[in-house]
Every structure is written in C-alpha cells, then in structure tokens.
Design a protein around this ligand. Structure first.
Ligand code: ADP
Length: 825
C-alpha cells in the first residue's frame, strides 16, 4: 500500500525542517508568464465549472500540468475515517504520478498535512527524504509545491505540483498560477459539496434560491482572489460578473457594477467604444480578442493593461457569454519600451552607417528593414522592399546567385563574406547598374539561438575598383613606355627592393629576372665602385631625394660600360615615397667624345699659348726694325708717314692681341684651385692704381662700398675688375663722364659683385654673346681684341662662380658675378 495510515511513525531519516525550503520561492527569478495560455485555461475551466463542476478537480490538475510545465499535479482532499482518523485522498492526479490517483496519505505525516498546518503555500525539496513512502512514487520527486484548498472557511485539502526533473525549480510565478487554480478547484469542490447537500435540502422550498445564491458565491470565491481582473459579459456587453480585484480598482461594489456596460461605468468614450466593439466582435466571430490599453483608475493612477476577451460557448457551440481577463503589464511595457527604444537607437545608427544594410527574416528572406544606402544600391524605395522576400523584391539578384547564398547562410549559420563582386541591379531590366560591392551575410538568431534571419551588409566599392583599374591601366601604359625606351629602366619598392626591370636591362646584362630581383643587381656592378653606389643609394632611400651617379655596369659580353643612372622617387598624395623609378643611360660613347673634345681643346690651348708666346719675339723684331727702317730711310712725304703709321697700329694691335691671348691661355681651367684668399677691396684698389691715368684722363668717377674676401687668386680677380673698368671707360658716352659703381651682396652661399656703368650699353640679346672669344660689338671704332670678357668668364668660372651682363642701349650696363662665399664668413 502506498499510503497506509498504519505506516504512521515509520522511521524517517530526516526531519520536516530539512526538506522545507519555502523562502526559496521568493528569492528565485520568476519564470515567464504566458497570458494567452492562461486565458485559454481560464476559458476551459470556466466551461467545466458551468457544465460539470464535479469533474473540475481533474481539469484543474491537468491545467496545472500545462500552465506550470511540471511532472505531476494533484488535488488531495481530507477524508475522515470511521475510526476518527483523517487522511488525504488523492482525488485527482495528472502526470507521471497519475497511477497514484485514488490512493491516500496520512494527514499528520505528509507534505499536504504540513501545508495545512502552516496554512500557506509551502515548498519541499526531495520530500522522500522525510516522507519515505514517497520513494515509491512512479518518478523521483525533486521539488514539491503544495497549496491549501479551502472554500469559504472550510479546509478541504491541498493542491500540489511536483517536479521529476532536477532542473525544474518552482518560483513565485508557479505560486501565482497555482493560487488561481486553487480558487477554481475550491469553487468546484464547494459546488460538489453543495450538490451532495442538495439532496438533503431538496425538500426545502428555498432550495433553488439558495443553490443559486451559493453558486454565485462559489463562482465569486473562485475568481475573486485572482490578482488579475476577471469578468464576464452577457450578450449585450453588460457585466454579469466582476471579480474583487476589478471592483477594488473601480472603487465600486458588485451591485453597482452588475448589469452595466463600459459607458455606464464612465469609461472614456474612445476606450468604451473600442471595448464594446471588441465584445461584439467576440460574440460575432467566436474568436478571441487580445489588446492593450492605458486606464486611469478613480484613484488617478494610470497603468498599462493587456486584456483578453474569449467567447464562452455552450455545448452546441453557441456563444453564451464573453469572459474577460485583464492583467496589469505596466512593468512589462516599460521593459518593452526600453527594448523598442534600444531598437530605434540601433536602427538610427544603422541608417546612418555608410554602408547598405538590410535585415532579412525567415526562410523566405523577407526584407524587414533597409537603410537609405540599401535603397540606393538596389535602386528602389524602402516601401517597395519591406515585407517582400528579397528575391521577389529584387528579382535580378536571384539570377546572380543570391538565392543559393542566402539559403546557405540561413541553413548552415555560417556567415558569408565576399569582396569586390560585380553585381547588376536596377528596377528596369534594360538599365541595370554595374556596381562592385563588398558583401557580408551574417545569420541572426532569436532568443533561443535559432537562426531567424540574415543581416546583409554591403559596401559599394565601385569607385575604389575603378580607381584601381585606372592605376593598373596607367601602370600598363607606363610599362609599355618603359619597355620602348632604349635605356635600361627599372622600378623599386620604397625600401629599394627592385621589383621590375625592362627588357633592355635583361638584354644588356643577359641576367635572369630571378637573379636580378631585389638586390641581385649588385652582381653586374664593379666591386670597386659598388660600396660607393650602395652608400649613395641608401642615402637616397632614407632621405627620399633623387639619386644621380655615373657608374659602370657589366654587359652580357663581360665588359663594363659607363651608365648615367638617375632614380626619381614616386610619391603618393601624402608625399611619401611609394616606389622608385630608375634609368641607366649608356654614356660610354658620350664620355669618350667628351674626352676627345677635352684633349683637342687642351692641344688648342697649348698651341695658342705656344703660338702667342713665340709670336711675341718676331713681333718685337718687326716693331724695332720698322722703326729703324723708317729712321734710316728718313722719308718725310705724307704717303710714307701714312704707311709707317699703319705698320705702327698693326704692330700695336697685334701686341695687344698676343698679350690678351697669352693671358687667356695662361688662365687654365684645369689648374688646381689656389688655397689663397683674396680681399676684393684690395684687388679693386690695385686696379684703380693701375688704371689711374685712364681714370683721370676720362674724368671717371668710381664709387664703391666695402667688398668681401673670397677664395681665389688676387691677381686674377684684379684682372676681372681691370677688364670691366676698362670696358666701362672705353664704351662711355662722349658727353657724360664715366660713372662706375661697385657693390657686393650676399646671396645664400655666394657673394654677388655688381659693376654698373653709365656708358653706351648694348642690346640685351648680345648679353651672352659678348663673353665669347673674339666677340665684339663695335669692331673698328674702339680698340680691343674681344678677349677681355672671355677671360673674365674663365677666371670666375674657375672659382666655381658665374658671370653675366644686363644692359639696354644708351642706359649703361651692369656686369655681375657670383663667387662662392668662404664658409667661415
Ligand atoms: P673688347 O673690349 O676687347 O672688345 P671684351 O671681351 O672686353 O672685348 O668685350 C667684348 C665686347 O663687349 C666689346 O667689344 C663691347 O662691344 C662689349 N662691351 C664690353 N663691355 C662693355 C660695356 N661696359 N659697355 C658696352 N659694351 C661693352
């Protein structure tokens, strides 16, 4: 026997206190409620109550099984025994313990007894530890929740649920549901008791009256304790039942409420209209209505409610009444609002993201949200996309493999990413727009972790792809060009690693690309010169400055030829070097021509020197003997004097020419530079001394400020001043005395010396020409050889300087020369 009262006192290993754990109910997080499920239950129970109240206990425990999702549920009623003892009879049991229905347990040694003793819901953990007979239950009991059952003031027994699964832990939410069910069960049991009592009072005239009154009260008892508002309307939409909770909210008595509709109860008109319409809808359609509303109670507090109206059908399926239940969901609404706020915030963020984004839902990939960029990408407005399967909304995408891809992501949950894919999209099949897009398809999951959609993220990279193509095309053009030039050409990375050579390079060196890659070019260099090349190339790489050098490169025949190598950096928009482009130009021929030219020049100079030197002697002879001859002959006629004058002039000019030529030849460019320094003020003073008679004769004015000291030979630099001053006086205007001004200016690392006169001047186009050998603008009127300025240029250039002239006819001339400043200065 499962429950034999005789077993009372059977040894129990642990005490009742050990298995009681009621306080846990309050501390555990309440399980989630399901208003729809409860409303459904409520409807079934209401019907059961109306039609077969005696079977209600069984319905109640079955509902408990569903609502609480437990292993077993039961109703145990107190049953006095003939011997005066009392036990619990398990009148209704559902779930795994169902086979125990009809059995009994002792009043004073059972969880039910403990519950009645405490007269409140109690929670047991592993109750078999104390009540060892429970170990015989068909399934192990991990937790048990027991609630007292009472109608009016009569204690009837208990209602309970037990968990056969260790993970199922009861919470306050279970207590709430079970309280509701206990109300129903009590109501039903009271009815049952009444019907038993009915037989005895049948004889009474007030029988009907009483029963009705009792029924009403019972019904009310069943429903009034619920914290939810429970109510029933007749087919005219008038209240025929209102539970206590709702009456309290309204601050009305039952009598004030019964027979009234929402208008009568002064509900706001909008809300009353809606509620009355919905009641009528339930009556007409026999369909449940579920909705939400705000309601301000007479106390002035506004809260948010969810309500359900359900039809109550009779056995023929005709609507008898409409039952309603309303629950305060203010807390839930706040939570929902904050979720929806969150969602709005996310959507705003995604809407602004510079990428096309769409959210697809369900196995048909229905577009549930898109941002503006997505609208632009697919060429359609959001309202023609939302709510449609993506393949129907953007049919051209289906032909481009989208269907397979989306199904793959949806079924496998593996994200899919693809870069720079070409897609053709557009509303008009004839005018599809080509776009290059980076796509990411990511599965989205619901709260249970089940895939419920796909997040599509697309970035339009068309411009980038186009730009890259352009670069590639340009690079191709550049390579074609580089292949067509006769020079050796190559390209290196910013770090100097050479990645490409043109065909000419390989033809010349006969090397393989593998051997030349990177730094392999060193193999075709002269080992003697290579260290210098490396040093200078490394300097360029680290400074980013162009490289230029002449060095030999070994050809296929094993011989070295000289190449002028120029390397230019290629920079990006930020100015950083991204690569180097180098050319090697074979200058072997050019070099040998230059050498040959230099040799010939040298020979010419030597010849000029020797010639002018050797000519001096015979010329002196001509001069002396022509004098002697004239004296000796003693001719005094005018013709002879004229001829003698020609000889004199000719000899004088020749002497001048030879002297200048000799000076010029002596001023060799190849001479080593002197270490000496020259104070230009001294040079100038010396010149003035030398030219003093010329200056005095011409009334010339010379004006000068202090001049710097430079590196050079004082004698040669004085020669420059001498030539320039002499010219300024020689090419003077006849009506104005010569005025010469000399000054010095610092120009970066150089001194610029200027000599300005107020003489005849010349056409600017002759400014260069007059520095040439034997170049003269006024040949016969003025004595001269045309060598003076050539000599000046030679001297100045010898010291690393430069000389030039600026002039206008009639406006005087300015001769300027630059000389490197002494570093110390
Ligand atoms: P030369 O004076 O012996 O002819 P230069 O080489 O000194 O030779 O000068 C070349 C020519 O430049 C001169 O013949 C003259 O025509 C022109 N020239 C030089 N200096 C001046 C000057 N200060 N004013 C005008 N012309 C000048």
């Amino acid at each position: 026997m499962f429950m034999n009262p005789g077993l009372q006192g059977f040894g129990h290993p642990v005490s009742l206190d050990d298995i009681l754990c009621t306080p846990l109910l309050a501390s555990r997080k309440p399980s989630e409620s399901s208003p729809a499920l409860e409303a459904e239950s409520f409807r079934r129970l209401a019907r059961q109550l109306a039609h077969a109240p005696q079977e209600l206990p069984q319905t109640v425990v079955e509902e408990a099984l569903i609502l609480c999702r437990v292993g077993s549920a039961g109703v145990s009623l107190l049953e006095p025994q003939p011997d005066g003892s009392v036990l619990f009879r398990w009148v209704a049991v559902a779930g795994q313990c169902a086979p125990l229905a009809g059995k009994s347990t002792p009043r004073d040694f059972s969880p039910c007894g403990a519950c009645l003793d405490q007269n409140r819901p109690i929670l047991f953990s592993l109750p078999a530890r104390c009540f060892n007979y429970l170990a015989e239950a068909p399934a192990q009991i991990f937790e048990g929740l027991v609630l007292p059952l009472q109608a009016d003031d009569r204690i009837l027994g208990t209602i309970w649920i037990v968990a056969h699964d260790e993970s199922r832990q009861f919470t306050s939410e279970d207590v709430r549901i079970m309280n509701g069910l206990a109300d129903f069960a009590s109501g039903a049991l009271r009815l049952k008791l009444m019907s038993e009592e009915k037989a005895e009072v049948r004889r009474c005239h007030t029988e009907t009256q009483q029963t009705l009154e009792e029924e009403r009260r019972t019904f009310e008892t069943a429903l009034s304790n619920s914290p939810d508002f429970l109510y029933v309307f007749d087919l005219n939409g008038r209240f025929i039942y209102v539970n206590r909770a709702l009456l309290e909210l309204w601050q009305k008595s039952l009598d004030e409420a019964l027979g009234k509709n929402f208008y009568d109860l002064s509900y706001p008109e909008d809300l009353a209209n809606r509620l009355q319409r919905q009641i009528q809808m339930v009556i007409d359609t026999k369909e449940m209505v579920r909705d939400r509303t705000d309601f301000t109670s007479p106390s002035g507090e506004t809260r948010h409610y969810e309500y359900i109206f359900v039809p109550v059908l009779d056995l023929d399926g005709t609507v008898e009444a409409v039952a309603g239940s309303t629950r305060d969901i203010t807390q839930q609404k706040i939570a929902e609002d904050s979720i929806s706020e969150d969602r709005q915030r996310w959507q705003a963020l995604l809407a602004q993201t510079p990428a096309a984004i769409a959210i697809l839902k369900g196995p048909n990939h229905t577009l549930s949200w898109v941002n503006t960029d997505f609208e632009v990408l697919v060429g359609r407005p959001a309202n023609s996309l939302i709510g449609k399967p993506v393949l129907a909304a953007i049919p051209e995408a289906a032909d481009q493999g989208l269907s397979v891809l989306l199904n793959g992501v949806y079924l496998t949950g593996i994200p899919f990413r693809v870069a720079q894919v070409l897609i053709r999209l557009g509303k008009e099949p004839k005018f599809l727009k080509d776009s290059y897009v980076n796509f990411a398809y990511l599965p989205t999951r619901d709260q249970q972790g089940v895939i419920d959609g796909i997040f599509v993220h697309a970035t339009d990279v068309t411009e980038m792809v186009m730009a890259r193509r352009q670069v590639e095309e340009r690079e191709q053009q550049f390579r074609t060009l580089a292949e067509s030039i006769p020079n050796l050409a190559w390209m290196a990375r910013s770090d100097g690693h050479i990645s490409w050579y043109n065909r000419r390079w390989y033809e010349y060196t006969a090397a393989t690309p593998q051997a030349m890659e990177g730094w392999g070019w060193q193999a075709v260099h002269d080992p003697q010169i290579l260290p210098t090349v490396m040093e200078r190339w490394q300097e360029s790489i680290s400074s980013g400055l162009p490289f230029e050098m002449v060095f030999p490169i070994k050809g296929a025949d094993g011989n070295f030829r000289d190449f002028l190598t120029r390397v230019e950096p290629v920079r990006d928009s930020q100015g950083s070097v991204v690569r180097w482009f180098g050319t090697n130009t074979d200058i072997t021929e050019q070099r040998s021509i230059e050498q040959e030219l230099r040799r010939i020049n040298r020979e010419l100079e030597e010849f000029a020197y020797v010639a002018s030197h050797d000519l001096q002697e015979p010329l002196r002879m001509v001069n002396i003997y022509s004098h002697l001859l004239l004296e000796h002959v003693g001719v005094s006629d005018s013709k002879s004097e004229q001829f003698a004058g020609f000889i004199k002039t000719g000899v004088a000019r020749m002497e001048l020419l030879i002297r200048d030529l000799l000076t010029y030849s002596r001023t060799s460019q190849r001479n080593e530079l002197p270490d000496a320094t020259a104070d230009l003020t001294d040079c100038l003073n010396e010149t003035l001394l030398l030219l003093s008679s010329l200056i005095v004769e011409n009334n010339a004015v010379i004006e000068f400020s202090e001049l710097p000291t430079v590196r050079g030979d004082a004698g040669q630099l004085a020669h420059v001043f001498q030539n320039l001053f002499a010219n300024s006086i020689k090419y003077r205007k006849t009506d104005v005395p010569p005025h010469i001004t000399i000054w010095a200016e610092r120009e970066e690392d150089n001194w610029k010396i200027s000599v300005r006169d107020n003489g005849l001047g010349f056409e600017p186009r002759y400014a260069k020409k007059i520095f040439g050998l034997f170049q003269r603008l006024y040949s016969d009127e003025y004595p001269g050889t045309g060598l003076g300025l050539a000599l000046c240029q030679r001297i100045i250039e010898r010291y690393g300087g430069r000389i030039w002239a600026e002039s206008e006819p009639g406006a005087g001339s300015t001769f300027c020369f630059l000389l490197p400043a002494e570093p110390a200065q």
